[in-house]
Design a protein around this ligand. Structure first.
Ligand code: BG6
Length: 512
């Protein structure tokens, strides 16, 4: 299926051929600036926005971290933009952009550091015209969130007299229901809810936003998007990478906290939510929370956890999780989680939702598949002239990444004198239709936060709803240590029990 599309170029922006708005002048202050996220994702994303003409002219970036990096910080960010942002060294604006990046070394619990940060930001207001507008980005380990927030408040940087202040908080937002509530309370003591942007980078992905467009901008899918037509839904978030040197973080997290409670729940909510009354933050977030609250308490017998052993991925031998750097050699942390969920509402009652996510699986692929019911009778199976052994149910598959697209599987007649039916795919491919893009999801979210649009960010109620769902599972898993870890080789599709979870319902995971 071919389609052409008009993408927004810097020229379009200059000529006003886009309805994107340019944010007010501001300073983006990144706490945890010496970490990987800043270099690999945030700075490349900000530079892409600059290239697209979507940043205000009066703009500065201040990196904050404990190490004394001084002038080398800007250079390091430049190399990050080149390496991870798909940017060429001669890209126009790169030099100008880097000149706007500075660094402020301080300990996160050092009051003098907050005072000097405040003075620095005021200096930019005077010299660069940033008008007192601030976007604080907390890209730090979660144990620092509350303290940084508290000190920003104590130093008068949360509710200043002039300008607008917003704060982006990275995941994980809490590690269970209680800690998420405490963190929400701490943050809400200092910032109003409309200043808070809890980020989940999945919501910045074009293909994730497109789930809503697919459902609500087309008339033909919504009438069949319910229990009367859908047999089941399956969502896979498979990664071929391991924990990438993040042993201490991952040991405390595990797959359920790292990706299921957040990224997968966001995907599920977009697939399942009712049409919101409008596409504004409150309306969209309200519908999402309704989905999460309607999920039946998770039955632990319908969950599977796994941990990778050594194996081969992409032709390379890789070590098992327990052999990874700074991981307990007897660790019981799960690197794979699968489960069956049920949503008790009028649209979805009785439709099972199967989820699986894991590291060191055979390949990287995030996909959502909606499997539809078979026709009431398989007519062609009975014909004298047919050899119809292969009548398969219709599937809509949304490929979130890396091969972004949507396909519809249906049965077609094989050209022959017989009535032979064969499954075929009608395919939409993003790259073919719109061209490729180096966007990493953070562009859209950073822009939205600068504009004050929280539609694609988590709300306090949503975070607490998903933690209420998974905290009992985490507790139950913690009580009974897995006896079979490691239980899947790297390069496989996860533990056998995940296949069994489907098989016992007479279903199977789609091949990716
Ligand atoms: C992050 C997790 O939130 O998402 C990582 O902490 C994971 O463990 C990553 O690898 C996956 O993101 P993406 O965009 O590569 O699917």
């Amino acid at each position: 299926m071919a389609a052409t599309a008009i993408t927004i170029s810097p020229e379009d922006v200059q000529a006003g051929r886009t309805n994107e708005r340019i944010p007010e002048p501001c300073v983006v202050v990144i706490f945890g600036a010496s970490g990987d996220l800043t270099k690999r994702k945030l700075l490349p994303a900000l530079f892409h926005l600059e290239q697209a003409g979507l940043l205000p002219e009066q703009f500065r970036i201040v990196g904050v971290a404990r190490r004394d990096l001084g002038a080398s910080f800007a250079e390091d960010m430049k190399s990050g933009i080149l390496e991870f942002g798909g940017v060429k060294s001669e890209a126009s604006k790169l030099g100008e952009f880097i000149a706007k990046v500075s660094y402020h070394a301080m300990n996160f619990d050092d009051d003098a550091g907050y005072s000097s940060l405040k003075s620095l930001l005021e200096k930019y207001d005077q010299e660069d015209g940033t008008k007192g507008n601030r976007l604080f980005y907390l890209a730090v380990a979660p144990e620092y969130f509350s303290d940084i927030i508290h000190r920003l408040g104590a130093h008068g940087m949360a509710q200043p007299e002039h300008g607008t202040t917003r704060v982006i908080i990275e995941k994980p937002f809490g590690h269970d229901l209680e800690s998420a509530r405490e963190l929400n309370d701490d943050v809400n003591k200092v910032f109003d809810e409309n200043q808070i942007f809890r980020i989940d980078h999945y919501l910045g992905k074009e293909t994730v936003q497109n789930i809503l467009v697919f459902r609500f901008a087309n008339g033909i899918f919504e009438p069949i998007w319910n229990r009367n037509y859908v047999d089941h839904v399956q969502i896979t978030a498979a990664e071929s990478i391991g924990i990438e040197g993040r042993g201490p973080f991952y040991e405390k997290a595990g797959a359920l906290r790292d990706v299921v409670q957040n990224h997968m729940m966001e995907l599920l909510s977009f697939v399942c939510m009712e049409p919101p009354v409008s596409f504004d933050a409150d309306a969209v977030r309200y519908e999402k929370v309704k989905v999460w609250r309607a999920i039946k308490p998770v039955d632990c017998a319908s969950t599977v956890r796994g941990q990778y052993a050594a194996g081969e991925v992409d032709g390379k031998q890789v070590k098992g999780y327990r052999e990874e750097d700074r991981v307990n050699p007897k660790s019981n942390t799960e690197t794979f989680a699968a489960m069956k969920l049920e949503i008790e509402n009028w649209r979805w009652a009785g439709v099972p939702f199967y989820l699986r996510a894991g590291k060191r699986l055979r390949k990287r692929a995030t996909e959502i598949t909606i499997q539809f019911n078979q026709p009431p009778m398989l007519l062609f199976d009975r014909t004298q002239r047919g050899t119809c052994t292969d009548i398969q149910p219709n599937l809509i598959t949304m490929r979130i990444q890396p091969d972004e697209g949507i396909s519809l599987r249906f049965g077609a007649k094989v050209p022959s004198p017989d009535m032979t039916v064969c499954p075929v795919n009608m395919d939409f491919n993003y790259a073919a239709a719109f061209g490729t893009s180096s966007a990493n999801g953070y562009e859209r979210l950073l822009l939205d936060a600068m504009l004050g649009d929280a539609t694609l960010f988590a709300h306090r109620d949503g975070v607490e709803a998903t933690w209420s769902l998974f905290t009992p599972v985490l507790e139950s898993w913690a009580e009974s240590a897995p006896k079979d870890f490691p239980n899947y080789p790297s390069g496989s599709w996860g533990p056998e029990q995940a296949d069994e979870l489907m098989r016992r319902d007479g279903r199977h995971w789609q091949k990716l």
